[in-house]
Design a protein. Sequence first.
Length: 308
Amino acid sequence: MPDSGHIPVLPIDVAETLRPSTGNVIVDCTAGRGGHAAQLARIAKSEATVILFDLDKENLNYATTRVEETGATVHAFHASFVTAASSVTALGLQADCVLADLGFASNQMDEMGRGLSFKGGGPLDMRLNTDSGMRAQDILETHSEEELANLIYELGEEPYSRRIARKIVLEREKEPILDTARLAQIVRSAYGARARTSRMHPATRTFMALRIAVNNELEALDHLLQDVELGCRTANDGGWLKQGARVTVISFHSLEDRRVKHAFVGLEKNGLGTRITRKPICASDEEIARNPRSRPAKLRALHLLQED
Ligand SMILES: C[S@@+](CC[C@H](N)C(=O)[O-])C[C@H]1O[C@@H](n2cnc3c(N)ncnc32)[C@H](O)[C@@H]1O
């Protein structure tokens, strides 16, 4: 198997929390390079139906081929997972297993032309769907100093957001900020001497905030979690989730994990499901050594109640 450019995180825990069985309908909201989806499809055998979503056309195509090779029936949507519930219903199906492995894949981070990384130069784009939407560069050009400070603080949890926003506005007046290396340098200079003692690269949080804003990541997650609630309530009436379905979400930062935790706790309190994970599952030291990207991953899973 050639290197797909992305190592799936927590693969054993994904399989154990979703427990696919033969012929299941599996929804992968974030197909990526298809590692998880192909693994789940193999467990559910060639009778499985796998429904894939990705904003990134190239990743979706790659994942589709990989899952088709397992013999499963594949439906692929080049779309945000906010359309998952309606697409599954439009196919006349109900899902047994739903996975969302949030954020971006390693191959996307490594492609400098996307501007997701501050290591090396690249245009300030950051869109996962390069066909539409605002680029990071557009946000840096159009937002006021206060809007930039709020965005970097709220989505990046960056304590020096005001200082960084001020520096961005000063610099863009001299010359438009068009590439990642320049933005990283601007953030570093806003940090001043603190850059030397900072544990992570000073630009880490600012880049994360811009990526989250560009791709409407929190709005999409909130939408999906609302659809999971709707699926729990309508499982008996042909909704998009089957009775007894399992939903697993892997998040990579606290803004996402807080939302998932809150949603799953609420569903359990309302008697709509039980949490398979009381505490989030994290990668072992061995997995982190093999795949450093798994370090921040937090997996939470929910089991919909099944009527007797
Ligand atoms: C962490 S990767 C998934 C990796 C995948 N589990 C695997 O094994 O290869 C996340 C993927 O989700 C996609 N993505 C992010 N937000 C999305 C959204 N709202 N809707 C659909 N796809 C999204 C990204 O383009 C990326 O390909």
